[in-house]
Ligand binder design. Structure first.
Ligand code: 5AD
Ligand code: SF4
Length: 479
């Protein structure tokens, strides 16, 4: 069957690549009275994949649906609205979503009134929307990362007109403030400080799915943290695809990330973290703010991606192996004891044995205390997807395995520095593997397990480290 796609707003890669110099207006979210009741007696389920930015988006969608009267459920069968909030970073993330969507076909057949939506980074991809249009006719709603605030109107149209709603904008719109959020945690919160990415690393789809870099105003961020403090939140993680570029889009001042950290430190939230960073934009002002501000945690996730300067050049990373290590040295001189983790890709097109050895060498020298490691995954529309890639997949797997061995050693050594120390732990809840034991994280983002009553959950407590493992530490409460 041919489908008339002219009525849909589909994403377009060439548009997504463009960066306009236009100012980004800041708007306030508003929900019309008549939309505040359309969810009464109905339930929603949101299934989020991918990074913290996507999780934060999922919390916003949940907040909007709650404001419309919907209740949350974890049971697919009970839901009137299901949203699959997708990630596009690697092929396997996408394949999981395709599998889920295929599986949900039966649910939609049994419950034709169900509204099945797809949001997030995959929705921003031209080829994905085309495939949904042709092969996944049971999907009722597709919207992207730039128009979450319009979810109420989309739900209304999908509910009452029974039309498929496909609305994805390739270019970012306004920054919308005052969005409601149903946060998943009562002590730890995500706070977006900026959106988008202008780095255009050659392997990465994010600059296409999340648009140009645009920063929230400092007063809006301070207000959000102040509110979180009054609600009893103990930890905030500032989010952006590249937080180190915060403020670079402001035309009338030179207020940047280091300034923001200093201002946020005065709000009184005990723990502030941030993610994710780009080494190229990390500046002295930021390092000094981490040193000077008690609430900024001594932990830094600084993705390196490769240890080979020639691969880094092909990745368009704007630094070399040497300049990365220099920056790390400077960071450790200014903030002694800071824990550093990273992201690494192996098997980038054209990566030689020598390039890979450079990566191993960098990992040894950098003394990372953790790393997310990946095999390169070509993303349609990115420059690297066109690079010649003739490396045997088996060799890529072996490289990943070797790298992980080294990385795991770093995890262990990172934990070993805390043997017999007393550390402060923000207690999340029972340990995943043993409900008798509580688990939480230290300022250096180390996982600690210890025996204590459940009344400790949601508090920051002192724990003495008794035993150190690769992935966690065992401790005892200090009275
Ligand atoms: N293939 C593999 N890994 C990727 N990443 C980003 N794009 C790709 C890709 N195409 C990794 C990077 C990034 C992390 C979030 O995901 O290491 O820092
Ligand atoms: Fe995935 Fe990147 Fe989108 Fe996050 S921003 S959901 S990691 S593609």
């Amino acid at each position: 069957m041919d489908i008339d796609v002219s009525k849909y707003f589909k994403p377009n890669l060439n548009e997504a690549r463009k960066r306009s110099r236009k100012d980004v207006p800041h708007d306030q979210f508003h929900l019309d009275e008549q939309l505040k009741t359309i969810g009464h007696g109905k339930k929603y389920l949101i299934d989020t994949y991918g990074c913290q930015a996507n999780e934060a988006d999922g919390e916003t969608m949940a907040g909007i649906l709650s404001l419309m009267g919907f209740e949350k459920t974890n049971q697919e069968k009970e839901a009137s609205v299901i949203i699959i909030n997708t990630c596009a970073i690697r092929e396997n993330a996408e394949n999981r979503v395709w599998g889920e969507l295929g599986r949900l076909k039966a649910l939609k057949r049994d419950n034709p009134d169900l509204i099945l939506g797809v949001s997030g980074c995959m929705a921003q991809e031209e080829n994905v929307v085309n495939r949904i249009l042709k092969k996944f006719q049971h999907v009722d709603l597709v919207f992207g990362t730039h128009n979450i605030d319009q979810l109420p109107q989309y739900i209304q149209t999908a509910m009452f007109s029974k039309e498929r709603v496909i609305e994805v904008f390739s270019q970012e719109g306004n920054i919308v403030e005052n969005l409601p959020k149903n946060r998943n945690h009562t002590k730890k919160a995500w706070v977006n400080i900026m959106f988008g990415c202008d780095e255009f690393c050659t392997y990465c789809i994010v600059p296409y799915t999340r648009g140009k870099e645009r920063s929230r105003l400092r007063e809006d961020i301070i207000e959000e943290l102040t509110e979180l403090k009054s609600l009893g939140y103990l930890e905030v993680t500032l989010l952006g695809q590249n937080v180190n570029a915060y403020g670079k889009d402001f035309k009338t001042n030179d207020y940047t990330f280091g300034d923001l950290l200093r201002d946020l430190d005065t709000v009184g939230i005990p723990r502030i973290r941030f993610t994710t960073s780009h080494p190229h934009d990390l500046d002295l002002k930021t390092m000094e703010a981490i040193r000077d501000c008690d609430s900024i945690m001594p932990f830094f996730h600084l993705p390196v991606q490769s240890g080979s300067s020639s691969v880094l050049k092909k990745m368009n990373r704007h630094y070399t192996k040497e300049t990365y290590l220099d920056k790390l040295k400077q960071l450790r001189e200014i903030v002694p004891g800071i824990s550093v983790t990273t992201d690494i890709i192996v098997g980038f097109p054209g990566e030689t044995d020598e390039d890979f050895l450079d990566t191993l060498d960098l990992v040894e020298k950098a003394k990372f205390e953790g790393a997310f490691t990946f095999i390169y995954s070509p993303r349609e529309g990115t420059p690297a997807a066109k690079f010649k890639d003739d490396l045997d997949p088996q060799v890529k797997k072996e490289r990943l395995y070797k790298l992980n061995e080294l990385v795991n050693q770093g995890y262990l050594e990172g934990n070993q520095r805390f043997q017999d120390e007393v550390v402060e732990v923000l207690v999340d809840g029972p340990s995943k593997n043993n409900p008798e034991i509580l688990a939480g994280y230290t300022p250096h983002q180390k996982l600690v397990n210890f025996k204590a009553p459940e009344t400790y959950i949601g508090k920051i407590v002192k724990v003495k480290i008794k035993e150190v493992k690769t992935w966690y530490m065992m401790g005892e409460i200090v009275q």
